[in-house]
Design a protein around this ligand. Sequence first.
Ligand SMILES: [Zn+2]
Length: 74
Amino acid sequence: MTPDQINAGRSKPVWRCNTCGATSGLKWWNGLSVAVCRDNPQCGAAESQKFADAMAEQEAQDAYAAEWLGGGSC
Ligand SMILES: [Zn+2]
């Protein structure tokens, strides 16, 4: 099922583009349960950027945690 197909079966749209909020012309981003516009590559690109930012943030937190909590042999 595409986000559009799911929305079509509801009285209110369940899925919106996670970037611009559109409720039709949607596809799954990266095959995950995140809807983005099918015809607007920028929406998918913006989602990829958000994901990359989140990953970078997570890595920074992991590095911080590793430095302060893990493996300290002093
Ligand atoms: Zn969009």
